[in-house]
Ligand binder design. Sequence first.
Ligand code: ADP
Ligand code: MG
Length: 698
Amino acid sequence: MNIFLETPIEFLKGVGSQRAELLKKELGISDFENLLNHFPFRYVDRSAYQKVADAPYSDTPLQLKGKIVSLKTTGVGRSKRLSGIFEDESGRIELIWFQGVDWVIKNISAGRIYQIYGKAKKYGSSYTIAHPEVTPWEKVDRSSGMQGVYSSTEKLSDKGLHTKGLSKLAVYLVEQIKGKIDETLPENVRRKFKLIDLEDAYVQIHRPESEEMARKAIFRLKFEELFFLQLELLHRKQISFEKARGFVFPKLSNHFNEFYNKKLPFDLTGAQKKVIKEIRKDVIGGKHMNRLLQGDVGSGKTLVALIAMLMAIDNNYQAALIAPTEILANQHFDGISELLLGLNINVALLTGSTKKKEREVLHEKLRSGEMNLLIGTHALLENVVQFHNLGMVVIDEQHRFGVAQRSKMWSKNVIPPHILIMTATPIPRTLAMTFYGDLEVSVIDELPPGRKPITTSHRNESQRARVFGFMKEEIALGRQIYIVYPLIEESASLDLNNLMEGFEAISRSFPLPNYKISMVHGRMKPKDKDFEMQRFVKGETQIMVATTVIEVGVNVPNASVMIIENAERFGLSQLHQLRGRVGRGADKSYCILMSSHKISKEAKKRIETMVRTQDGFEIAEVDLEIRGPGDIMGTQQSGDLNLKIADLAKDGPLVSIARDAARAILMDDLELLKTENLVLKTKLFKILRSRPNWGKIA
Ligand code: ADP
Ligand code: MG
């Protein structure tokens, strides 16, 4: 406990109970520590002065020195305003206040010299500065040119706590902190990363001596924030890892070898091999595996999953694979059954469509252990589905699975089965390290050889005839085509109209009997959807007109063209997922992004990125830059992190550095028992106590 830091903010000079309440309500600042951690988001150089005559040439705020020659109030109540004439040797300019007039009148008077700071705007033929900051010349702080700019709110500004007012409070506070801030990082860490000490950092961030010191302060505080976040995550993970016992699969016998040597249809890529080794290490180690497997669409995750499941089966355990949709479950079942043909392994499919009779038989076979491998949808999670000895669970397309569902699988055996979660939406490294801190992460960063790049282009409405012409050529070559329309909840009916109009236009341009068209959208019954989907999968139709329901995992190798309508309305990761539906067969594939002429800057950036690259991780990085972590991971999760100064989108490299630093310390001293790590332990335990339920942020 630090009494100084916990001092209620109202006891800071210049605050008082009224402002204290407002600070708490508006910015969550209730004690000294909170104010110290309300950092400026930029600085202005207050050592330079301009002249009134500069007003027409400057689009940044002016800092002036001169006299207020007169002051005048007009109006009453809400329309009360105050105007003044300010003068320096170059000329005169009007100052005006619409709000907080009474407060200003009390604090300034005509005839004195002031420092004025504010942006000049042109009204009619002359310039005016509205709501300038006004400081009596004798009170101007001339020791530092740099002044912090703080975020404030209208209500606070009304009470004199605009950015300048907040800066004054912060400066006043840091003037008193000498000797009162406990260092939180051990000396060796500070030395290694060239970090100034915490007290200096607080002083310099609020009242920097120079630009360089401001930079050092920011670096120290960002490091601090990210380092303790990573220390917390790694510590939680390490502790749960130490505790969680897992099944041991020591043998790699018949099935595995037979599959690997005889059935594997191609050589594994280096990346696939690397991940299989990682999984293997987990399952012979005696600890519970909880692993996230990231790999771009088409990178061959299924095969890795299958091999992981064979490890369990070879050791007389059962395995299960869960897919987010029935179509995907069917595809996995077909593909895996074919791969395992001739091996003595019983594979079954369980989905919502499985008949009751079949289901009962299956339940029995799962309980007796006769069934080795179960593939299915959410149906698999139901309590009636009990296993003899479930040892490995693979969850495909993690995005549709919540923590609650994950934990349901845990309870399907006395010891939780090993869990492998596969996602095709690459998550930028910094986010994965932070949001999936409790999972081990494996990455397949290599596509199987021979994949032809997908040619991606951007087209607009005036080029539609050409696009249709191209479609006809492709169909003549025997290929199939997807046309995808956006579907956003708020305008669902509008989108449905778009889809219908599109469908009609396509039907007119691609008449029967030469062209057959499937259509799938969210308003259809699952059974009808599936029927239409299957027609396309089987090659009975050449064109699939759909909303984004086809986004997840569908595999139609003969489909070689993906056309995305209103591409400007899709997010980057969605565009990338959609494009991944083509390029799965031997044929050259294409992705055409249709948009209107006029699109936003961001939409343009998304489309340009898609045209430029096919690298899912690169796309994920751009996505992070555009949307920010809150949008990608969910604002709630991001909010839980409560970052004050570091920015996961911009400080990626520092996240890695902080994680490595935290890991090095824990590897050497997990319990933080060494004397030099005592300071870490103190702060870490404070953090752990403050969010006890935060272990499973993923
Ligand atoms: P995803 O990672 O998107 O789930 P899949 O597992 O569906 O990818 O694999 C995509 C395609 O690549 C499949 O047809 C699969 O058979 C093939 N594939 C997987 N691994 C290899 C490999 N090492 N060499 C060649 N083809 C492979
Ligand atoms: Mg897949």
